[in-house]
Write a protein of this length. Structure first.
Length: 186
């Protein structure tokens, strides 16, 4: 039986798809593709922005110290919900680290893992990330609910959600830095 070019091409395509979707080699490729496709998130129209009425969201950090979102009231807040097993999450981590390095003194960063602490600690050490990692102790306020990861929110000082982004994004873009600069001046 002799294969023609179309059959060979189709076979190679199926093999590539299997490798990308069902093998460990697929994870780094998925991360790379997500980075290529990451753009700046969009700001929510002012008339569509929702306000957090209940700031009571209990979190804890890797040292088991409690944190309540109440402590961030009146500040600009960057919230990212992620996991180490999620390619889009992993893809956006370098840009979050860069943003954190620039704004960590003015903006409250809540990087909330949906993963095992041991796995997260190992991942964070491996890539030398120094942003604070939190875990949920209670459910998020309704306005900050999420059903997919990564999901990221940026809150202004008045508690309005000005950005809600699902999927990988470039968080260290000029537009995100300009947004944070504007929010910090308000």
């Amino acid at each position: 039986m002799k294969l023609d070019k179309k059959q060979i091409g189709n076979t190679l395509f199926v093999l590539l798809a299997v490798v990308l979707l069902f093998t460990p080699l697929g994870f780094p490729v998925k991360v790379f593709v997500n980075r290529l496709l990451s753009f700046s998130p969009n700001v929510i129209e002012e008339s569509e922005q929702q306000n957090i009425e209940d700031y009571n969201w209990l979190l804890y950090d890797s040292d088991l110290k409690n944190f309540n979102l109440e402590n961030a009231k009146g500040k600009v807040v960057f919230i990212n919900i992620w996991a180490t097993w999620c390619p889009p999450c992993v893809a956006e981590m370098p840009s979050i680290q860069e943003l954190y390095s620039k704004y960590n003194k003015e903006v409250v960063f809540l990087i909330i893992a949906q993963d095992e602490a041991k796995r997260v600690d190992s991942y964070v050490k491996k890539y030398n990330y120094n942003f604070p990692i939190f875990y949920q102790k209670s459910n998020s306020p309704e306005v900050l609910s999420f059903d997919r990861i990564p999901t990221t929110f940026i809150l202004n000082k008045d508690g309005y959600v000005v950005v809600k982004s699902t999927g990988s994004a470039n968080w260290n873009s000029d537009s995100v830095r300009e947004l944070l600069d504007t929010l910090l001046l308000q």
